[in-house]
Write a protein that binds this ligand. Structure first.
Ligand code: CP
Ligand code: NVA
Length: 311
């Protein structure tokens, strides 16, 4: 790996100052283009003459459209493919794919089944690699979520975030960023779907304020933000067991009542109303989900600008 290449694969490998730079740039870019048509290019066009390749091993709506829109707003272009349409789908290695694409594009975004494939791609690539979701994390989404919280509630440092449900890839990325940005993270998960122990150990080693409980009420008490995600992530096979075990972890109105008075609700989408969250909460006044979805564009523009060395 060329160490000077700016990969965006795992938040814990970055430092707090880098995440701060990206969040501040995203907020500024969002403000600067208020009222503009979606396709208009930002004044500095930091991706002019650059192409992003996007490879999908799993389905996507937000990641696909937001990265495409982001590159257009940065003045660049994209090439998009599912892995199955590529020779990857017939067994060509990730490493050879990385070497070939590195000669053709300026950055690669991969949505992968296995996190190891993101790391292998980054290792063999001479252009920046961005994790567009894997079983190990969803760092672009977490940046959009933190941008959303800061826009609505001010600086994230010192805030309390409550994660309720499956200790999945989203939960991992929130754990990764906790020690870097100084928020408290309360996680309520059943023992069978607890967060990755390596992620927790790393966060605790770096003084991350991350607490794990099996009691959703304890996690949500006084929280500035309550977050839920699907109980069955892409690639999970034990659907019936998950729906049963996670049933007590539904975010409903009475759980939200325990949060801070001005506490908000976030969900990365797609959502399953009546499972991880009630319609009353996700479609209610405390829910920020549509701003959160839009913020995928703003956050990723700044992630891309950082990868290109423009910020
Ligand atoms: N939240 C998110 O990543 O959505 P998609 O799966 O639609 O990309
Ligand atoms: N945890 C979910 C997030 C989807 C955006 C999944 O991995 O399927």
């Amino acid at each position: 790996m060329t160490t000077s290449v700016r990969h965006f694969t795992d938040l814990w490998t970055l430092d707090g100052a880098t995440l701060r730079t990206i969040l501040d740039d995203a907020a500024a870019r969002q403000l600067a283009r208020k009222g503009w048509l979606q396709g208009r290019v930002d004044a500095d066009a930091p991706a002019r003459d650059r192409t992003l390749a996007m490879i999908f091993q799993k389905n996507s709506t937000r990641t696909r459209f937001s990265f495409d829109a982001a590159m257009r707003q940065l003045g660049g272009d994209v090439i998009i493919s599912t892995a199955n349409d590529m020779q990857l789908g017939r067994g060509e290695t990730i490493e050879d794919t990385a070497r070939v694409l590195s000669r053709m594009v300026d950055a690669i975004m991969l949505r992968a089944n296995r996190h190891e494939d993101i790391l292998a791609l980054a290792e063999a690539s001479t252009v920046p690699v961005i994790n567009g979701l894997s079983d190990g994390g969803h760092p672009c989404q977490i940046m959009a979520d933190l941008l959303t919280l800061e826009t609505h509630r001010g600086p994230i440092a010192g805030k309390t975030l409550a994660w309720v449900g499956d200790g999945n890839n989203m939960c991992s990325s929130f754990i990764h960023a906790a020690p870097l940005l100084g928020y408290r993270l309360n996680i309520a998960c059943p023992a069978d779907y607890a967060p990755n122990p390596d992620d927790l150990a790393r966060a605790w080693t770096h003084q991350g304020q991350v607490n794990v409980t099996t009691d959703p009420r304890e996690a949500v008490e006084g929280a500035d933000c309550v977050m839920a995600d699907t109980w069955v992530s892409m690639g999970d096979l034990d659907t019936e067991q998950r729906l049963k075990t996670l049933a007590p972890y539904q975010v409903d109105g009475s759980l939200m009542d325990l949060a801070a008075k001005d506490g908000v609700f976030l969900h990365c989408l797609p959502a399953h109303r009546g499972e991880e969250v009630t319609a009353e909460v996700i479609d209610g006044p405390r829910s920020l989900i549509w701003d959160q979805a839009e913020n995928r564009i703003h956050a990723q523009k700044s992630i891309l600008a950082w990868c290109f060395g423009a910020i």
